[in-house]
Design a binder for this molecule. Structure first.
Ligand SMILES: Nc1ncnc2c1ncn2[C@@H]1O[C@H](COP(=O)(O)OP(=O)(O)O)[C@@H](O)[C@H]1O
Ligand SMILES: Nc1ccn([C@H]2C[C@H](O)[C@@H](COP(=O)(O)OP(=O)(O)O)O2)c(=O)n1
Length: 420
């Protein structure tokens, strides 16, 4: 067991948020034997973390994804309040390069005053939460740090667990990409299993699971076309879907469906795996309604699987859109067990026009420059994912033009791609 865990801690990326709030770039270093690569810049970064302080790391190793995220956020709040002054808390992600689902979240604690009290607090906390705690010592006469693992359940150091820290090259895949499978579900069973992990703590999850159980599965669209409208908030989806409903004399649906919408606030505040599983199951429940309604009239759907996927990926991945999973990743592929529409139209507007529309609606009044900058990157990531899932059924249109022109563009696409 301990051997296995040691292997899991092979390569790290740390995001500093307490000691150096201006530093958000990940820094990488590896443990000896696993990835013996030396790089000057990375070496300086690990030096900055390990010199002049007693250093510990905490790793949340539970397999339950819901508990893992819960413990992580609870530990963060708790550590910030109980650690002695002069300690810094740094977010840490351990992972094996290029290995999906190898990500283990955690923290680095730097104690600049080298107090015994800090170690006692951390050992107690690791015991309660069944976390793994590591401490670091500088090797005699060498510019190297050595890691020892302390096992909470055994209350002792794990024998033979010592490793040296060595700087490592930046891995090919961004660490956030390795965790994507936790938030993008490729089939009904995956999303269902994720909600099951939390059903004892969140009673509403049982109700969603029950609704999903009752919903007919593997439904196909019927005689009439099914058109999905997608895009960021305020790109004009509500306006366009209403016009399409009137013009095509169709049925207007949205995902999540009305019977789930009153649970949205509750699930939006849950760890990402649970939040995304909620929306994913919402799509499967909507699919059954789409199938039924498309027997009677054209169906227009306001948001569906592309929203779930685009927001899940864009939230999980940080920074530039270059960090997104590669173009050919299976995360962009439509799940084979989910009803596929005839056409998906993605509305795209310029950031300026979108802000103008939000302001007209009375939103985004006073946002700090920095926050806006991060929003810009987020918007770019969402739009980029939409582009990457663009396939034979997914079409992107420029929706900066007046409402009537947007409608005409979409009607033209419908006449090209759907049997009316
Ligand atoms: N093509 C358009 N040109 C100008 N304003 C638009 C256009 N489409 C929608 N709007 C306005 O922009 C705002 C956001 O539109 P809405 O349809 O609610 O977007 P969404 O449903 O995507 O959030 C509304 O005030 C709407 O009247
Ligand atoms: N099928 C869906 C629908 C929405 N979502 C998520 C994605 C975002 O976090 C929000 C966006 O929904 P919201 O209702 O705010 O969007 P609009 O106001 O309709 O533009 O919901 C989803 O994941 N899957």
């Amino acid at each position: 067991m301990a051997r296995n865990l040691t292997r899991q801690l092979a390569l790290w990326s740390a995001r500093v948020f307490a000691a150096h709030p201006d530093r958000t770039e990940p820094i990488y270093f590896a443990l000896s034997g696993e990835h013996p690569v030396y790089q000057e810049n990375a070496f300086l970064s690990s030096r900055r973390i390990f010199s002049n302080a007693n250093v510990y790391s905490i790793h949340i190793t539970t397999e339950n994804r819901f508990l893992r995220e819960r413990i992580h956020s609870m530990l963060q709040t708790h550590l910030l309040s109980v650690l002695p002054g002069n300690c810094a808390l740094i977010q840490l992600v351990s992972f094996l390069p290029n290995q999906n689902r190898s990500v283990i979240p955690g923290f680095i604690v730097q104690d600049f005053q080298r107090k015994e009290e800090t170690e006692i607090i951390l050992k107690d906390m690791a015991k309660i939460n069944e976390c793994l705690l590591c401490s670091y010592k500088k090797s005699e006469g060498a510019d190297l740090w050595q890691q020892s693992i302390w096992c909470a359940t055994e209350g002792a150091e794990v024998k033979g667990s010592a490793h040296y820290i060595i700087p490592a090259a930046k891995p090919a895949a961004h660490v956030s990409v390795l965790n994507i499978d936790s938030v993008v579900f490729h089939c009904f069973e995956d999303a269902y299993a994720a909600l099951q992990e939390c059903k004892e703590s969140i009673p509403e999850a049982k109700e969603i699971l029950h609704l999903a159980d009752q919903s007919p599965r593997h439904m196909q669209r019927s005689n009439f076309p099914v058109i999905v409208i997608e895009g960021l908030d305020a790109t004009g989806k509500t306006t366009l879907t209403k016009s399409l409903q009137e013009t095509l004399k169709g049925t207007l649906l949205r995902s999540p469906p009305p019977q789930l919408s009153h649970w949205r606030d509750q699930f939006d505040s849950q760890p990402a795996v649970i939040r995304r599983a909620f929306y994913a199951l919402g799509n499967y429940i909507t699919a059954a309604v789409i199938a039924r309604e498309s027997e009677k009239a054209p169906v227009i759907v306001d948001r569906y699987w592309p929203s779930t996927t685009a927001y899940a990926i864009a939230t999980e991945v940080v920074g530039e859109k270059e960090n997104l999973p590669s173009l050919y990743s299976k995360v962009y592929q439509w799940p084979t067990d989910l009803l596929k529409p005839d056409l998906v139209v993605v509305l795209m507007v310029s950031p300026e026009e979108r802000i103008r529309r939000l302001q007209e609606r009375g939103q985004v009044k006073t946002q700090e420059e920095k926050e806006l900058e991060e929003n810009n990157l987020f918007r770019e990531r969402v739009d980029e994912v939409y582009k990457r899932i663009e396939g034979s059924i997914c079409k992107i249109i420029d929706a900066n033009c007046p409402k009537e022109e947007v409608l005409q563009q979409v009607l033209h696409l419908i006449s090209q791609y759907c049997r009316l």
